[in-house]
Design a protein around this ligand. Structure first.
Ligand code: NAP
Ligand code: G4F
Length: 383
């Protein structure tokens, strides 16, 4: 027997005579990389999972397609730019936990769409918080806000921890700084359980194809299989602290189970350059790269054949670039018991490259959408 009852703010699952209180979570940005991993984690933990989606003229739900149809997985239309839609969905779902992951999340795109980015990544956070208050959930609902290491921007200290001063260095980071501070304000002003995870870059086989790691693993796979000639990148010397997204969503959940709301840096504590990521990704497909030259003239050459496989294109330079991110996850490790080094840098690259090798292997010549994207990426048309 499997019956679900809705009572007060929680549901009870009666399953073969065992009674479990089931929590309800609402995830904004459920179609994204993190939203998909978090959904899986929460379903596994017995939650009733609700997510917000936007109407699109094409199918963009591939990351959550495998969850659709699950009895504890539900989708609702809402947009962070639309207060009424947020009040409607929050009032209907009455979640115990909200994970606000929705955002225009691409830093370079924020230079092209700064107003949209501010509306969603800054004011959007305020809309979620106010919707929770309007629905009478301020005292019960725990809220996670997706803050970012981009807040450290033009870094003032290395490595960065919870006390490092912020110096945002893109329209994206400036918008996210508002989100970060408004969460803190609502925590202090209204005693709400809301917290921000200051997450450093986290990647996976589900990462968007225009972020640098995924762009590299996809290109390495395509080049190894003879489907792409060259990879064009921007700043190869940029340094990041890259972790695995699946490990990071676990920490989001831990933050909301903590006895008090607080902000945490989530990172691995290890730093690598874009060049290093590139070297290891190509090595994993059997190509050893040697980097020669400097700046815009730097090239990645296949040691075995002498062929130039990686070139720098200033199209991918940013008006201001964040170049030295390195997180100190000590607080999360100590207070939440989270393991920052569950997946190593090399393991992360292997996961991503293996997935892209398999994906590229079944790509048919007739699949124009993805093929076009790869070509546009290669020629620097899509950032
Ligand atoms: P992502 O893959 O780009 O996903 C972003 C999600 O936000 C998508 O579901 C997208 O929906 C949704 N969204 C965009 N605009 C929206 C709007 N106006 N209303 C409602 N939903 C909207 O991002 P991610 O990598 O999973 O990151 C999740 C969150 O963490 C983001 O807030 C990001 O800024 C932040 N963050 C990410 C990292 C990282 O390294 N991944 C690090 C620090 C912080 P569509 O599918 O409809 O576009
Ligand atoms: O992969 P990226 O685009 O990620 P970025 O800008 O660090 O932002 C990501 O991580 C943030 C956390 O720190 C999140 F808040 C944000 O939502 C997003 O998920 O670029 C990483 C670095 C940059 O310095 C960029 O200049 O790689 C450099 N880079 C070099 N060539 C490139 C490229 N970035 C991209 N996207 N494409 C290139 O060809």
């Amino acid at each position: 027997m499997h019956t679900t009852l809705e009572a007060l703010n929680f549901s009870i699952i009666i399953q073969q005579d065992t009674y479990t209180i089931m929590k309800t979570a609402l995830i904004t940005g459920i179609t994204g990389q993190d939203g998909s991993f978090l959904s899986e984690l929460l379903i596994e933990k017995g939650y009733d999972v609700h997510g917000t989606i936007r109407r699109s003229s094409v199918d963009y739900r591939e990351r959550i397609a495998h969850l659709e149809g699950h009895p504890r997985f539900h989708l609702h239309y809402a947009d962070l730019g639309d207060s009424m839609s947020l009040v409607r969905v929050i009032g209907k779902v009455r979640p115990d936990e909200i994970y606000n992951l929705a955002a225009q999340s691409h830093v370079q795109v924020s230079f092209d769409s700064p107003e949209f980015t501010a509306n969603i990544d800054a004011t959007g956070v305020l809309r979620v918080l106010e919707a929770v208050r309007l629905c009478g959930l301020a005292d019960t609902c725990h809220i996670y806000q997706a803050s970012t290491s981009e807040l450290y921007g033009k870094v003032e200290e290395v490595p960065q921890n919870e006390n490092t001063p912020f110096h945002p260095y893109s329209p994206y980071a400036v918008a996210k700084l508002y989100g970060h501070w408004i969460v803190k304000e609502y925590r202090e002003a209204y005693g709400m359980f809301c917290c921000s995870g200051i997450l450093f870059n986290h990647e996976s086989e589900r990462r968007g194809e225009t972020f640098v790691t995924r762009k590299i693993t996809l290109a390495a796979a395509r080049i190894a299989q003879g489907k792409q000639e060259k990879l064009y990148l921007g700043n190869l010397s940029s340094l990041r602290d890259w972790g695995y997204a699946k490990d990071y969503v676990e920490c989001m959940w831990l933050m909301l189970q903590n006895d008090k709301p607080d902000d945490f840096v989530i990172a691995t504590g290890e730093q690598h350059s874009v060049r290093e990521f590139c070297y290891h990704a190509f090595k994993h497909v059997g190509i050893e790269l040697e980097f020669i030259g400097d700046g815009a003239d730097e090239k990645g050459v296949d040691k075995a054949t002498g062929k130039i496989l990686v070139e720098v294109s200033p199209d991918f330079y940013r008006p201001t670039d964040v170049v030295n991110l390195w997180g100190d996850p000590s607080k999360a490790r100590k207070q939440l018991g989270w393991n920052p080094q569950k997946t190593t840098f090399e393991q992360l690259i292997k996961i991503m490259v293996d997935a892209d090798m398999a994906k590229v292997a079944v790509e048919k010549a007739g699949e124009r959408v993805r093929t076009n994207l790869a070509e546009f990426l290669e020629r620097g048309i899509v950032k």
